[in-house]
Design a protein around this ligand. Sequence first.
Ligand code: ATP
Ligand code: MG
Length: 316
Amino acid sequence: MSAPMVETINLKKYFKTGSGMLHAVEDVNLKIEKGKTLGVVGESGCGKSTLGRTILRLQPATDGQVLYEGEDVLKYKKKDMKKLHLNMQMVFQDPFSSLDPRMSIHNLIAEPIEVCDIFKTKKEINEHVVRIMEMCGLPANLANLYPHELDGGFRQRVGLARAMAVSPKFIVCDEPVSALDVSIQAQILNLLMDLQDERQLSYMFITHDLCVVKHISNEIMVMYMGQTVEYAKTAELFAHPLHPYTQALLEAVPTPDLSRRNRERNTLKGEVSNPINPAPGCRFKPRCRFADKECDGECPLKEVSPGHLVACCKCG
Ligand SMILES: Nc1ncnc2c1ncn2[C@@H]1O[C@H](COP(=O)(O)OP(=O)(O)OP(=O)(O)O)[C@@H](O)[C@H]1O
Ligand SMILES: [Mg+2]
């Protein structure tokens, strides 16, 4: 079998802070096949964006590997970075802050094409911008406008167009629809899925919205305090969530099912704390209703059924 499009091996990202080393991403192992989407879910602060940014080398990794078609991009020298940008791109949550307000829509989309030296002439670049705008559902008459003149949905289409402009094969989508109205969210999600079908793109789709992730992902990775606590195919995860944290996240999704309304909910209490100098053992323990002494020991990810991994000594 050929190598996955993207794979991480024991990827770590630590931040030095005044109170110690913050373990934002801890030994993350993931695989994303060509044309597939991995959803990454978890509460605010669990390390989702840091994982995405570290994979794309927007910040240096602390340790581990990031393989793109089997090649470790963390070993790329400065001169190889263009290759990385041509293959791997990112779409951000807030298109407003990720777009330079002084640049027109045309120039914003032309910029990555120029940086990556894809075309030789101005004419070729301009023609490509027109094609990309059309592909991303941006009417041609928006080309000379500025980001503040567009609504949120069109701004996010510009963010996507900038990523798509260099024809990448892998895109990290970091909460790309969270800031948008629900009706616009569906349009952008459909556009992402259409582009994926047309171009066999691989996505890492970061979100805290489980309805969105169920709709768009082939597989899901659940993160808690920098670690993977569960990893499975989407249907399997929703049918048989094993980790108490995954169960609590799923319970928290609003349901129209009246018979479930009055049931006692396994809601999450407390918040994710910062993983500064974390002790060994389960990081979810302080919030877990099943926790006991056993949870102070190692709780590595283990495969409990084919392709379904969970890090909990109480399940599986
Ligand atoms: N540059 C930094 N310096 C120090 N700590 C950081 C830095 N960037 C992120 N962190 C910390 O790393 C942890 C993970 O943050 P991250 O932004 O990746 O979380 P997230 O899951 O994307 O959250 P959200 O859902 O709110 O976007 C947090 O504890 C955060 O405070
Ligand atoms: Mg984030």
